[in-house]
Design a protein around this ligand. Structure first.
Ligand code: GLA
Length: 719
């Protein structure tokens, strides 16, 4: 709900209030963000902010004021939300309130980029137009608030109202000026095979922290999701604010703690390498950033974001539909396969209950290694003599759906498409372009290149019964020809992805980027699941899936059981541990199932039966993290159905210890007044007992031992 009371705007979500005010000088100032407040006049806010004896012409200074969209160099000398070279060549800017508009049940309109949609929820959008009359531009700051959620989605549009060109040097999508407190910044950093590690640092006066990425996609190294937490906030307690950028290009989250200890947190396109020129009348849209607030710790943020993303971000009809259990041939065969080999894998997988066979890299051109044919999207008849259509039919005849891997944005120099169009790649004139994984990136800022990518993929998709696509992208962006290129490329990527996914609405798309290098809300808008990491080791996955689940729904976290020794880190884990960790995710296999023993195959069959029962819960339950593997020798999490009648719990002991403590794991989210039966052991518990006394997982005396529990509401007698 949005309440406009004189010069005060009060946005109320489910449990949250966000209040801002226009003061006498026309500045849009921030007053409050946090637990829901009753609506009052808050008139005194305006007076308080008018009496400061500052150095501006109005005898007051913005340097000490919390603001909604601050400029630099007028009277605020902190890092600004934007920087624009105006029609006169200067950069000093002052934005003042011009007008506002409140729209019922409408999402933000962000040209060319994904954002939250309203769906069946009640939402309102507030657009406040701020103007810089001297400089000749307007900034429209937009806020969407949902009655049912604790999120506020923000975006920004800049319009050149002058008769000359203006140049945007930086434009953040969201700004949060927070009063002094003992905050901690939590962010997610890593690299290939170790994506989204969880880091936490105290925010001290004077620090300026730039959580940013300039690697082309949203990146393995830094995820565009951060949290600002009250000191010591944990999974269940403390105030936490988060920001999620709905964007897949270079991004930045900037934190500055000023001379008074006040904190400014901003999120948007990375200003580094960015520049955008607007001709007279033109406008620029910055991507959406979703703010979320919880007074129930980090877990509260996660459950809220999971709901919001599942209901109001992911557009695919698969979002709330049970996903097929797949087998992918990548770690089974790499490039070394033929039809016979693939069909033998498919047949054995079908025998155990798998539902979808995915043919990964290596099916096109003359591709037998990473060095050739990327971009030549025609089937390699030497490997697949039946062609894609014929092969898909063979897979269908086995009783499986068929899925295919693509990397639409890349080409190898050794490819027909590159030989024909060497100028189509991202390059800087006069400089030999760099290769990464023997690839160049296609220049998606050019319409004809986007058209090629769309046609190449669509032709294959319409030629056969393809029901799943894995969309990969395996290299960072180098040789960037000009400032602002990365954003233009990202818009091209969205255009291509939008066209292909909306042309084939029945296909289940999975995002991927050298593992989890583009795990972001922008991709999730089009594809409901993303390959989480090339690191498929169950123990590393405990960390990766634990921290990924903080910002993204479990229904987006693709998780496969792979062979041991693990191909990425050589670790040996039991088949049980590997599956137990993968259940809280989109479950599948990625190994040569034909090499498994009879007893292993029997185990696989049971695992698939388990997952088939669990998967509806994984799509829409509430996720609770119970033991943090970053901090202890244990990892535990659980998924609880919305009506609390069903819950799945996974507990892991990482290293085995002799004579160690008796571990108890207290569950969360259950109904204390309900009784529950563990379907795996038939043990019966009271909900209160599970919550307050916890369970004692039965760990084996070996490393990486896991214990799973599947609780169902129990109406019988307590035994
Ligand atoms: C990337 C993906 C893998 C696999 C390979 C194929 O690394 O993350 O899952 O698809 O590419 O080349």
């Amino acid at each position: 709900m949005i309440i406009k009371n004189k010069n005060i705007f009060h946005l109320q979500g489910k449990h949250v209030s966000y209040i801002m005010a226009v003061n006498e000088c026309g500045d849009l100032l921030h007053y409050y963000y946090g637990k829901k407040l009753r609506d009052r006049s808050y008139e005194w806010v305006k007076q308080k902010w008018s009496v400061w004896n500052g150095y501006g012409p109005d005898k007051w200074t913005l340097d000490i004021c919390p603001q909604e969209y601050p400029a630099y160099g007028y009277t605020d000398l902190r890092t600004p939300a934007y920087s624009i070279v105006n029609k006169n060549g200067g950069t000093v800017s002052r934005l003042t309130y011009k007008s506002h508009r409140i729209t019922e049940n409408s999402a933000q309109e962000i040209d060319g980029m994904p954002c939250l949609f309203v769906g069946d929820k009640h939402a309102q959008t507030l657009d406040i137009t701020l103007e810089d009359q001297n400089a000749g531009f307007e900034v429209i700051v937009s806020y969407t608030v949902f009655d049912e959620y604790d999120v506020i989605a923000r975006s920004v549009k800049i319009v050149n109202t002058s008769d000359k060109e203006i140049t945007i040097d930086s434009v953040y999508s969201t700004v949060l000026d927070m009063p002094k407190d003992n905050y901690e910044l939590i962010y997610f950093s890593g690299g290939w095979a170790k994506e989204r590690g969880m880091y936490r640092s105290a925010v001290k006066q004077g620090v300026k922290i730039d959580i940013s990425n300039a690697r082309g996609g949203s990146g393995h190294n830094i995820n565009p999701f951060v949290m600002l937490a009250s000191e010591g906030a944990d999974e269940t307690s403390g105030e936490v604010y988060s920001m999620t950028l709905v964007y897949s290009g270079n991004h930045s989250t900037m934190l500055e703690c000023d001379q008074f200890g006040n904190v400014r947190l901003m999120q948007g396109i990375n200003p580094f390498g960015f520049e955008w020129t607007l001709k007279k009348g033109e406008c620029f849209y910055a991507p959406q950033s979703i703010m979320c607030y919880s007074d129930k710790g980090i877990g509260g943020i996660s459950r809220e974001l999971h709901d919001v993303m599942r209901q109001n971000l992911c557009r695919s009809k698969w979002t709330n539909t049970e996903r097929p259990i797949l087998i992918n041939n990548w770690e089974a065969t790499y490039f070394d396969f033929d039809e016979e080999k693939l069909l033998s894998i498919a047949e054995e997988a079908k025998n155990q209950g798998v539902e979808l066979f995915v043919l990964d890299d290596g099916w096109f051109g003359d591709r037998n290694d990473e060095e050739t044919s990327m971009g030549d999207w025609n089937v390699n008849l030497k490997k697949i003599p039946s062609g894609i259509d014929g092969f898909a039919k063979k897979i269908n005849n086995i009783g499986l759906k068929f899925g295919l891997w693509f990397e639409p944005e890349s080409v190898n120099p050794d490819s027909d498409i590159y030989r024909k169009h060497p100028d189509w790649i991202v390059h800087s004139p006069g400089i030999e372009p760099t290769q990464s994984r023997f690839e160049y990136l296609l220049d998606l800022t050019r319409d004809e290149v986007c058209e090629y990518a769309v046609n190449a993929v669509c032709n294959i998709l319409s030629s056969a019964n393809i029901e799943y696509v894995k969309w990969d992208m395996n290299r960072p962006m180098t040789d960037i020809p000009y400032k602002g290129f990365n954003h233009k490329f990202t818009l091209g990527f969205y255009k291509v992805m939008d066209f292909i996914t909306s042309s084939f609405p029945d296909i289940l798309f999975e995002g991927c980027s050298g593992g989890g290098g583009r795990f972001d809300a922008g991709v999730l808008a089009y594809m409901p699941q993303i390959w989480t990491s090339d690191n498929s080791d169950a123990v590393k996955r405990m960390e990766i899936q634990y921290s990924t689940s903080i910002g993204y729904p479990v229904s987006s976290i693709s998780a496969h059981v792979t062979a041991v020794p693990n191909h990425q880190n050589g670790r040996m884990t039991s088949l049980k541990t590997r599956a137990d960790v993968a259940y809280c995710g989109i479950f599948g296999y990625e190994l040569d199932i034909t090499k498994m023993s009879k007893s292993e195959l029997e185990e696989v069959k049971k695992q698939i039966e388990i997952d088939k029962k669990l998967r509806p819960l994984m799509l829409n339950g509430d996720f609770y993290r119970l033991e943090n593997p970053y901090k202890s020798n244990y990892c535990a999490w659980s998924m609880v159905s919305k009506d609390k009648s069903e819950a799945f719990v996974m507990c892991a002991k990482i290293l085995s210890e002799a004579n160690c403590e008796e571990k108890r794991v207290k569950l969360q989210g259950l109904d204390p007044n309900m009784d529950y039966i563990d379907e795996y052991t038939s043990n019966v518990y009271g909900g209160d007992e599970l919550l307050y006394n916890g369970i004692k997982p039965e760990f084996g005396l070996y490393d990486f031992s896991t214990h799973i529990i599947y609780l169902k509401k129990y109406n019988g007698e307590i035994r």
